[in-house]
Write a protein that binds this ligand. Structure first.
Ligand SMILES: C[S@@+](CC[C@H](N)C(=O)[O-])C[C@H]1O[C@@H](n2cnc3c(N)ncnc32)[C@H](O)[C@@H]1O
Ligand code: SF4
Length: 307
C-alpha cells in the first residue's frame, strides 16, 4: 500500500475509553459548542468532513483491517451534529465496506439528538448507530447554565426518551466536582438534581444503559482554568467530591426493579474506581465510597489523574 494511504486524523483525538478497540474515523473536527471545561473545541475550527474524504478513509481502513471490523467510532466532539442525510450516506457506505459491523457510535450533544426526528433516529439505528455518548454533566439547570452547556435537564429527558425509542443505547457522562467548592450548596443540588434526572430517564424494561461519572479536570486554555486562576472557581477536595457522589447514589431511586443501568466512576480522572449496576449494587457502591472517604491514602494521587 502506498505511504500516503493512511487514515486522516485531526489531532488531538478524544474517544471514550470503551472505544479503545474500535475503528476511529474522523467525521467532524472540533465541536459546535463551548462548554467551559472542555478542550474539544480548542485549537480546532469546526467542520464536517466531506463524504468523499470519509469514504476514502473507510476504504483505507478496509485495506488495513479487512472486512471483519465490528465497531466504528466516528470522531469528533459532537459528530452527531452532522445532518441526517449526510449521516445516512456515511453509515450506508460503512455498512457496504464493513458488512460485519455491529455497533457504530459517536459523541452527541443533547441538541444534536433533539434536532433529529424519531423516524430519522430509527433509520440511523437500523444502519448500525447503536450507541451515543452524551455529556449530561449535571441535572441541575443553574449549573448547566454556568458551564454554558446549552441544554437543560428537560432536554436530557426528552433526548434520552428519543434514543430509547429508536433502540440507540445511551451512555451519559456527568462530572463530579463541577460546581466547585465556593458554595457547597451547589454541590448538593448538583448531586440531587442529577439523581432526579437519572431516575426520570430510567426505562421501564431491562435494556442496558450507561451512566458514568468523571471527576472535573481543569485543562489549561479552558474558561474554567481562567476562572480558577482568578480565584473565581475553587476546586473541591477529594473528600467533598466523594461526598457529592455519595449523595447522588443515595438519591437514585428507580421504579423499575429490573433496571440495568451500568454505573461507572472508574475513569482516569476519578479518585476511586467504582463500577456496578444500579440499583442492584447501590449498597456496595455506597460502602466503596465510604471506604474512599475513610482511607484517603487509597485514592488515586492527584498527579495520576487525567482526562
Ligand atoms: C468529548 S466530550 C463529548 C460529549 C458531547 N459532546 C456532549 O457534550 O454531550 C466527552 C465528555 O467528557 C467529559 N469531560 C470533558 N472535559 C472534561 C473535564 N475537563 N473534566 C471532566 N470531564 C470532562 C464530559 O462529561 C464530556 O461530556
Ligand atoms: S463537552 Fe461536548 S458539547 Fe461541550 S464543548 Fe466538549 S465536546 Fe463540545
Amino acid at each position: 500500500m502506498p505511504l500516503n494511504d493512511s487514515i486522516y486524523y485531526c489531532q488531538p483525538v478524544y474517544r471514550p475509553p470503551s472505544e479503545a478497540n474500535s475503528l476511529l474515523i474522523q467525521l467532524t473536527e472540533g465541536c459546535t459548542y463551548r462548554c467551559i471545561f472542555c478542550v474539544s473545541n480548542l485549537r480546532k475550527h469546526f467542520k464536517i468532513r466531506t463524504f468523499t474524504d470519509i469514504k476514502k478513509d473507510l476504504e483505507i481502513a478496509r485495506k488495513l483491517y479487512g472486512s471483519q471490523v465490528k465497531r466504528i467510532f466516528f470522531l469528533d466532539g459532537n459528530a452527531m451534529v452532522t445532518p441526517f442525510q449526510e449521516l445516512k450516506t456515511i453509515l450506508n457506505y460503512a455498512n457496504i465496506i464493513f458488512p460485519n459491523i455491529e455497533i457504530i457510535s459517536m459523541y452527541a450533544h443533547c441538541k444534536d439528538i433533539l434536532t433529529k426526528s424519531e423516524l430519522e433516529l430509527k433509520e440511523l439505528s437500523d444502519l448500525g448507530l447503536r450507541m451515543l455518548y452524551v455529556g449530561f454533566e449535571s441535572g441541575y439547570n443553574d449549573l448547566l447554565k454556568k458551564i454554558n452547556k446549552q441544554a437543560t435537564k428537560e432536554d436530557y429527558i426528552k433526548a434520552s426518551q428519543k434514543l430509547f425509542k429508536a433502540n440507540i443505547t445511551l451512555s451519559a457522562t456527568l462530572i463530579n466536582g463541577l460546581g466547585g467548592a465556593k458554595n457547597l450548596e451547589i454541590s448538593n443540588k448538583h448531586a440531587i438534581e442529577s439523581a432526579n434526572l437519572i431516575n426520570a430517564i430510567c426505562p421501564s424494561d431491562s435494556r442496558k444503559w450507561y451512566i458514568s461519572f468523571l471527576t472535573l479536570m481543569i485543562p489549561s486554555g479552558t474558561i474554567i482554568y481562567k476562572n480558577k486562576s482568578e480565584n473565581k472557581f475553587i476546586e473541591m477536595t477529594s473528600e467533598e467530591i466523594l461526598n457529592e457522589l455519595k449523595l447522588f447514589i443515595q438519591n437514585i431511586k428507580f421504579k423499575n426493579s429490573n433496571a440495568n443501568c451500568i454505573f461507572r466512576a472508574n475513569h482516569a480522572s476519578n479518585y476511586l474506581p467504582i463500577k456496578g449496576i444500579l440499583i442492584r449494587d447501590k449498597e456496595y457502591i455506597l460502602k466503596t465510597i465510604d471506604y474512599g472517604i475513610a482511607y484517603k491514602e487509597k485514592l488515586r494521587p492527584e498527579y495520576y489523574r487525567r482526562l
